[in-house]
Design a protein around this ligand. Structure first.
Ligand code: 13P
Ligand code: SF4
Length: 302
């Protein structure tokens, strides 16, 4: 990594009163230059509280869009607009309307990994860190959980008194993880602990010793005496794990990569700061409607 590029990014941040928010799935070098690194919940909370003039989002579209929804009057930059999460589009607003027509008492619970129009049509947003507690706290019996079916099943198992309606969305990175890799790791290291993200399917989660958000996974290691861990989430998390816990060993499959997260590069961040583009621009009506479920999430998570 060019030191000059990093230095120039630092200078530009000061000059423009800008901050960089990075998700754990972006490259380690970008996590290093970020002012804030975290899971989706943490990053949305930071975005709701910052007094910076410019926010550079090192993540995928729905994250940069959420930052913009929370800060309609600030400049929010997304260094590569092509960095999009496919799952964020895996349900339609017409399906939401259809479900609303079918159930009187329906709460549409929207995983934050969703496009702005989907958020705008929902009652509350959730992240993997707070989906269980927020869903539990809702007065509604019927829950249409969008778009991720794996997270929906994970939540439903922990909130048995509610009726869940599932949607066929999934994250291809977590969905394509192969249980045989975990079994092989367990044969190789019999005391290995398996830490998994709830976007994984049940076959993977059934092998997990701990299930949680990216922050949850990272923090969980500090509570364990174990030496070996098999990590079932995107490999950007390995960077943090190895940095924070040099005395532990982390195993993972090298295919567990989110190509969209990796589209964010140092050069693109630099270009964004120089040109103040690409700037996130959202439809005003959708953006105002999407603010409500995001604020509700932040309130219910306090
Ligand atoms: P969290 O970091 O909130 O656990 O989310 C994972 C994810 O897939 C983000 O795209
Ligand atoms: Fe979307 Fe999966 Fe990539 Fe997260 S890891 S941004 S859910 S495709």
């Amino acid at each position: 990594m060019s030191n000059l590029l990093v230095k120039n990014i630092e200078l530009l941040k000061k000059e423009k009163n800008a901050i960089i928010l990075a998700h754990y799935y972006v490259d380690g070098a970008i996590q290093e230059i970020a002012d804030y690194v975290g899971d989706s919940y943490y990053l949305s909370k930071i975005a709701s509280e910052t007094d910076a003039d410019v926010l550079v989002f090192a993540g995928v579209n729905f994250m940069a869009d959420s930052a913009k929804i929370l800060n309609p009057n600030k400049v929010v930059l997304h260094p590569d607009v092509e960095a999009d999460c496919p799952m964020a589009h895996m349900v339609t607003t017409s399906k939401i309307a259809k479900m609303r027509a079918m159930y009187d008492d329906l709460a549409v619970v929207c995983y934050i990994n969703s496009s702005t129009d989907l958020k705008a049509a929902s009652d509350v947003c959730v992240t993997s860190a707070n989906a269980v507690s927020i869903t539990k706290a809702l007065p509604n019996k019927n829950i249409f959980f969008i778009p991720d079916r794996n997270l929906a099943h994970y939540v439903a198992d922990r909130v048995p008194d509610k009726h869940f309606i599932y949607n066929e969305g999934y994250c291809h990175v977590h969905e394509n993880m192969n249980v045989d890799n975990i079994i092989a790791a367990k044969i190789m290291r019999k005391d290995i602990k398996v830490l998994a993200h709830p976007e994984c399917n049940k076959k993977i989660l059934d092998h997990a010793d701990y299930i949680g958000s990216t922050t949850g996974i990272i923090n969980h290691v500090s509570t364990c005496d174990d030496k070996d861990f098999y990590i079932c989430t995107e490999i950007g998390v390995i960077y943090q794990l190895e940095k924070r816990y040099p005395d532990r060993r982390f195993y993972y499959h090298p295919n567990d990569v989110c190509a969209d997260m990796k589209k964010i590069t140092m050069q693109k961040i630099y270009n964004s700061l120089v040109t103040l583009s690409p700037e996130v621009k959202l439809d005003k009506e959708f953006s105002e409607k999407a603010l409500k479920p995001l604020i509700k999430m932040l309130e219910l998570s306090k």
